[in-house]
Design a protein around this ligand. Sequence first.
Ligand code: PRP
Length: 183
Amino acid sequence: MRSEMEQDILKVLVTEEELKARITELGEELYTRFAGRTPLFLSVLKGSFVFMADLVRACQLKSDVEFIAVSSYENATASSGRVKITHDLQQDITGRDVIIVEDILDSGNTLVFLKQYLMTRGAASITIVTLLDKPSRRTKAITADLAGFVVPNEFVVGYGLDYCQQYRNIPYIGVLKPEVYSA
Ligand code: PRP
Protein backbone atom coordinates (compact mmCIF):
# COMPACT_ATOMS: atom_id res chain seq x y z
CA MET A 1 0.00 0.00 0.00
CA ARG A 2 1.30 3.46 -0.84
CA SER A 3 1.96 5.65 2.16
CA GLU A 4 0.27 9.01 2.53
CA MET A 5 3.61 10.58 1.67
CA GLU A 6 3.99 8.58 -1.51
CA GLN A 7 0.68 9.83 -2.82
CA ASP A 8 2.48 13.16 -3.35
CA ILE A 9 4.98 11.56 -5.72
CA LEU A 10 4.38 11.99 -9.44
CA LYS A 11 6.96 9.44 -10.59
CA VAL A 12 10.06 7.58 -9.51
CA LEU A 13 13.21 9.03 -11.04
CA VAL A 14 15.84 6.74 -9.47
CA THR A 15 14.83 3.45 -7.87
CA GLU A 16 16.29 1.95 -4.69
CA GLU A 17 18.05 -0.71 -6.77
CA GLU A 18 19.59 1.89 -9.08
CA LEU A 19 20.76 3.92 -6.08
CA LYS A 20 22.37 0.90 -4.48
CA ALA A 21 24.17 -0.17 -7.65
CA ARG A 22 25.50 3.30 -8.42
CA ILE A 23 26.63 3.97 -4.86
CA THR A 24 28.53 0.68 -4.90
CA GLU A 25 30.34 1.93 -8.01
CA LEU A 26 31.06 5.32 -6.43
CA GLY A 27 32.44 3.61 -3.33
CA GLU A 28 34.73 1.42 -5.41
CA GLU A 29 35.94 4.42 -7.41
CA LEU A 30 36.80 6.31 -4.22
CA TYR A 31 38.50 3.22 -2.80
CA THR A 32 40.79 3.16 -5.85
CA ARG A 33 41.42 6.90 -5.89
CA PHE A 34 42.29 7.09 -2.19
CA ALA A 35 44.12 3.78 -1.80
CA GLY A 36 46.71 4.08 0.98
CA ARG A 37 45.31 7.39 2.22
CA THR A 38 42.89 8.27 5.01
CA PRO A 39 40.32 10.70 3.63
CA LEU A 40 37.75 12.64 5.60
CA PHE A 41 34.17 12.22 4.37
CA LEU A 42 32.37 15.52 4.92
CA SER A 43 28.58 15.36 4.81
CA VAL A 44 26.82 18.61 3.93
CA LEU A 45 23.69 18.59 6.08
CA LYS A 46 20.92 17.98 5.99
CA GLY A 47 20.27 16.58 2.55
CA SER A 48 23.29 14.30 2.27
CA PHE A 49 22.82 12.28 5.47
CA VAL A 50 21.24 9.25 3.77
CA PHE A 51 23.72 9.18 0.89
CA MET A 52 26.60 9.67 3.32
CA ALA A 53 25.58 6.64 5.37
CA ASP A 54 25.49 4.41 2.30
CA LEU A 55 28.58 5.86 0.61
CA VAL A 56 30.94 5.41 3.55
CA ARG A 57 29.86 1.79 3.87
CA ALA A 58 30.39 1.27 0.13
CA CYS A 59 33.96 2.50 0.49
CA GLN A 60 35.91 0.32 2.93
CA LEU A 61 38.85 2.69 3.34
CA LYS A 62 40.32 3.77 6.63
CA SER A 63 38.58 7.12 6.90
CA ASP A 64 36.62 9.29 9.25
CA VAL A 65 33.46 11.32 8.99
CA GLU A 66 32.60 14.93 9.65
CA PHE A 67 29.53 17.10 9.23
CA ILE A 68 28.89 20.68 8.24
CA ALA A 69 25.60 22.49 7.74
CA VAL A 70 25.15 25.48 5.52
CA SER A 71 22.21 27.45 4.27
CA SER A 72 21.63 30.29 1.89
CA TYR A 73 20.87 33.61 3.51
CA GLU A 74 17.11 33.83 3.73
CA ASN A 75 16.94 37.41 2.51
CA ALA A 76 19.35 36.85 -0.36
CA THR A 77 18.16 36.48 -3.91
CA ALA A 78 18.84 33.15 -5.58
CA SER A 79 21.50 34.76 -7.75
CA SER A 80 23.47 36.41 -4.95
CA GLY A 81 24.62 33.00 -3.77
CA ARG A 82 25.44 34.06 -0.23
CA VAL A 83 25.86 31.08 2.04
CA LYS A 84 26.26 30.87 5.81
CA ILE A 85 27.54 28.10 8.04
CA THR A 86 24.94 26.95 10.56
CA HIS A 87 26.99 24.07 11.99
CA ASP A 88 30.75 24.28 11.64
CA LEU A 89 33.48 21.65 11.45
CA GLN A 90 34.30 20.13 14.82
CA GLN A 91 37.88 19.21 13.98
CA ASP A 92 41.07 20.53 12.43
CA ILE A 93 41.19 19.57 8.76
CA THR A 94 44.68 20.89 8.05
CA GLY A 95 46.43 18.62 5.57
CA ARG A 96 43.41 16.35 5.11
CA ASP A 97 42.05 14.90 1.88
CA VAL A 98 38.43 16.00 2.17
CA ILE A 99 35.66 14.26 0.24
CA ILE A 100 32.62 16.55 0.19
CA VAL A 101 29.43 14.46 0.13
CA GLU A 102 26.42 16.29 -1.31
CA ASP A 103 22.95 15.15 -2.25
CA ILE A 104 22.51 17.58 -5.12
CA LEU A 105 24.55 20.08 -7.10
CA ASP A 106 22.15 22.70 -8.34
CA SER A 107 23.17 26.37 -8.86
CA GLY A 108 26.62 25.56 -7.46
CA ASN A 109 26.48 28.31 -4.82
CA THR A 110 26.88 25.95 -1.89
CA LEU A 111 29.84 24.06 -3.29
CA VAL A 112 31.68 27.15 -4.54
CA PHE A 113 31.41 28.58 -1.05
CA LEU A 114 32.36 25.33 0.68
CA LYS A 115 35.35 24.63 -1.50
CA GLN A 116 36.75 28.07 -0.76
CA TYR A 117 36.02 27.69 2.96
CA LEU A 118 37.72 24.29 3.20
CA MET A 119 40.80 25.67 1.46
CA THR A 120 41.04 28.45 4.03
CA ARG A 121 40.77 25.79 6.76
CA GLY A 122 43.85 24.06 5.31
CA ALA A 123 42.50 21.02 3.43
CA ALA A 124 45.20 19.32 1.36
CA SER A 125 42.74 18.27 -1.33
CA ILE A 126 39.02 18.56 -1.98
CA THR A 127 37.01 16.00 -3.92
CA ILE A 128 33.34 16.65 -4.62
CA VAL A 129 30.95 13.71 -4.74
CA THR A 130 27.32 14.48 -5.41
CA LEU A 131 24.54 11.96 -5.72
CA LEU A 132 22.53 14.11 -8.12
CA ASP A 133 23.73 16.68 -10.61
CA LYS A 134 21.30 19.19 -12.13
CA PRO A 135 23.55 20.98 -14.64
CA SER A 136 20.67 22.87 -16.26
CA ARG A 137 20.41 25.03 -13.12
CA ARG A 138 24.09 25.89 -12.75
CA THR A 139 25.00 29.55 -12.34
CA LYS A 140 28.51 29.02 -10.95
CA ALA A 141 31.48 27.45 -12.70
CA ILE A 142 31.81 24.28 -10.66
CA THR A 143 31.63 20.58 -11.45
CA ALA A 144 31.60 17.48 -9.30
CA ASP A 145 34.51 15.06 -9.40
CA LEU A 146 32.00 12.23 -9.15
CA ALA A 147 28.26 12.35 -9.72
CA GLY A 148 25.77 9.56 -9.25
CA PHE A 149 23.03 10.65 -11.64
CA VAL A 150 22.38 13.62 -13.88
CA VAL A 151 18.79 14.72 -13.32
CA PRO A 152 16.48 17.03 -15.27
CA ASN A 153 15.14 20.27 -13.85
CA GLU A 154 12.32 18.69 -11.85
CA PHE A 155 11.42 18.96 -8.18
CA VAL A 156 13.13 15.90 -6.73
CA VAL A 157 12.65 14.55 -3.21
CA GLY A 158 13.53 11.44 -1.24
CA TYR A 159 16.74 9.71 -0.17
CA GLY A 160 17.61 12.77 1.94
CA LEU A 161 16.16 15.47 -0.29
CA ASP A 162 13.25 17.45 1.08
CA TYR A 163 10.38 19.70 0.32
CA CYS A 164 9.65 21.87 3.39
CA GLN A 165 11.77 19.46 5.44
CA GLN A 166 9.60 16.46 4.55
CA TYR A 167 9.97 13.46 2.21
CA ARG A 168 13.64 12.92 3.20
CA ASN A 169 12.79 9.39 4.35
CA ILE A 170 11.42 8.16 1.02
CA PRO A 171 13.92 5.46 0.01
CA TYR A 172 14.17 6.42 -3.68
CA ILE A 173 14.40 9.66 -5.69
CA GLY A 174 10.98 10.84 -6.80
CA VAL A 175 9.46 13.82 -8.53
CA LEU A 176 6.96 15.75 -6.44
CA LYS A 177 3.52 16.44 -7.86
CA PRO A 178 3.33 20.15 -8.82
CA GLU A 179 0.11 20.61 -6.85
CA VAL A 180 2.00 19.83 -3.64
CA TYR A 181 4.32 22.82 -3.91
CA SER A 182 2.06 25.16 -5.81
CA ALA A 183 -0.92 24.68 -3.50
C1 PRP B 1 20.48 21.72 -0.98
C2 PRP B 1 21.52 20.63 -1.21
C3 PRP B 1 22.78 21.39 -1.45
C4 PRP B 1 22.29 22.68 -2.07
C5 PRP B 1 22.53 22.65 -3.53
O1 PRP B 1 20.51 22.08 0.35
O2 PRP B 1 21.63 19.78 -0.11
O3 PRP B 1 23.47 21.64 -0.26
O4 PRP B 1 20.89 22.80 -1.81
O5 PRP B 1 22.05 23.80 -4.14
P1 PRP B 1 23.00 24.86 -4.83
O6 PRP B 1 23.92 24.11 -5.76
O7 PRP B 1 22.01 25.73 -5.57
O8 PRP B 1 23.74 25.61 -3.77
P2 PRP B 1 19.34 22.90 1.07
O9 PRP B 1 19.71 24.34 1.13
O10 PRP B 1 18.04 22.56 0.42
O11 PRP B 1 19.38 22.35 2.55
P3 PRP B 1 19.22 20.84 3.12
O12 PRP B 1 20.44 20.07 2.65
O13 PRP B 1 19.18 21.02 4.59
O14 PRP B 1 17.94 20.27 2.56
